[in-house]
Design a protein around this ligand. Structure first.
Ligand code: FEO
Length: 400
């Protein structure tokens, strides 16, 4: 049975949610699934904005067919060629052989890479600022390279002032019947997953996101239709503001994230003592993560959220504890910057972790390393409590 919703007078959400998926991109754990949004405009000509993932293909095709209600699909706009949105293109072409595909110069080579059907005679290539009329609606194309693939673009419906924003403003989590931001409590139920989605998927491309935000600022946007998660029809400044903060690599909150690795509990004990010291100093927003139990995507999301990061880890094979090393590499790959970092190390016979973690953080852009760091040998002793307190005081002064 079809399952679609009306978005505006002429526009329908024809996407679907996957709640069986374990790993997005086969990397990121999803406890609440993900939605693949697709939108169908019923104008003088029918226009579909993006397709969907194979996993929801049956539901998606039923939705499209039901909304078309006997009409054919005239145009498919491909804003993004990642297979979570493009996988069903060939099936659409088989069902609607007359469909014309609208994309940019980078879209069509990708279609030919992913599929084998003949594109001859069915492509309309658009570039920045081009417009296309489907009848009552005028579509205006906005290139969004590297948000988050090179061919990514957005389509602005000038008539209804709707921006089809591709991955931008999207989030993990399946939709639960409610598809609009004003039908859910986004701050309570969605923000953490939106942050985890943005920072891990698009986080590296802050400059490109800033460029797109500048272009968006020149448009009169009443509705944001992303490819994942709720449609924004109220309070657009809220999500645009979050994207602005994240893409400028500015922290969202003044607070402390403590990410620790611990093999036998001694580094964990130091992290706990340190957190208690911060609390004694009056710091309220403290988030601790045992990095062996927390997926690196959550560590990244909180690294983007907090202003201060405390890294604590033992020495391992004369190097950095592997999970800490992986987290640091991910931080670097995603271009995290503008954070204040303190390092707490441990080692039983040749403690190296403080020095090695510090060196790795120093390779990242605009990171402030506190010049006081603490290295313990095997376990924390009374003699080093004052050292630890001094770091906590320094952080508390900055945070409060
Ligand atoms: Fe949701 Fe970049 O694909």
């Amino acid at each position: 049975m079809h399952c679609f919703r009306k978005v505006t007078e002429d526009l329908y959400w024809v996407g679907a949610s996957d709640r069986r998926i374990e790993l997005f991109e086969n990397i990121f754990p999803l406890s609440d699934g993900v939605s693949y949004n697709s939108y169908l405009l019923m104008d003088e000509k029918t226009v579909l904005f993006d397709a969907a993932d194979y996993a929801v293909g049956r539901q998606f095709l039923e939705n499209v067919q039901a909304v078309l209600n006997g009409r054919t699909l005239d145009y498919l706009v491909v804003n993004h060629m990642e297979p979570d949105h493009c996988a069903m293109i060939e099936d659409l072409v088989l069902r609607y052989p007359e469909v014309q595909i609208i994309g940019n110069a980078k879209t069509f080579p990708m279609i030919s890479q992913f599929f084998s059907f003949d594109l001859e005679g069915r492509t309309i290539t658009v570039k920045e600022g081009d417009t296309f009329s489907s009848g009552k609606h005028t579509l205006h194309f906005v290139m969004a390279p590297m948000v988050h693939w090179p061919e990514a673009m957005m389509t602005y419906d000038e008539t209804d002032k709707v921006l089809f924003s591709a991955d931008a403003f999207g989030t993990f989590k399946a939709l639960n019947g409610n598809i609009f931001n004003d039908e859910v409590d986004f701050d309570r139920d969605w923000l953490d997953e939106a942050r985890r989605y943005y920072t891990n998927i698009v986080g590296k491309y802050g400059m490109q996101v800033q460029n797109v935000l500048k272009k968006a600022a020149s448009l009169d946007i009443r509705m944001l239709c992303p490819l994942h998660g709720p449609i924004w029809r109220t309070d657009l400044d809220y999500i645009i503001g979050k994207y602005d903060t994240w893409s400028r690599y500015e922290p969202e909150v003044k607070g402390v994230m403590i990410a620790y690795a611990s093999m036998y509990g001694n580094t964990e004990n130091m992290a706990d003592v340190f957190a208690a010291m911060l609390a004694e100093e009056g710091v309220k927003d403290i988030r601790m993560h045992n990095i062996s139990k927390t997926h690196v995507s959550e560590l990244i999301a909180d690294s983007f959220k907090y202003s201060h990061i405390v890294l604590a880890a033992p020495t391992y094979n004369n190097g950095i504890y592997p999970l800490m090393d992986n987290y640091l590499e991910d931080m670097k790959a995603l271009a995290l910057q503008n954070r204040t970092v303190a390092v707490l190390g441990n080692g039983t016979w040749a403690p190296q972790s403080t020095k090695l973690i510090t060196a790795k953080v120093a390779e990242m852009k605009n990171m402030t390393l506190l010049d006081t760091s603490v290295t313990i040998k095997s376990s924390l002793k009374d003699a080093q409590l004052e050292e630890l307190k001094s770091v906590s005081r320094q952080i508390a002064e900055e945070v409060l």
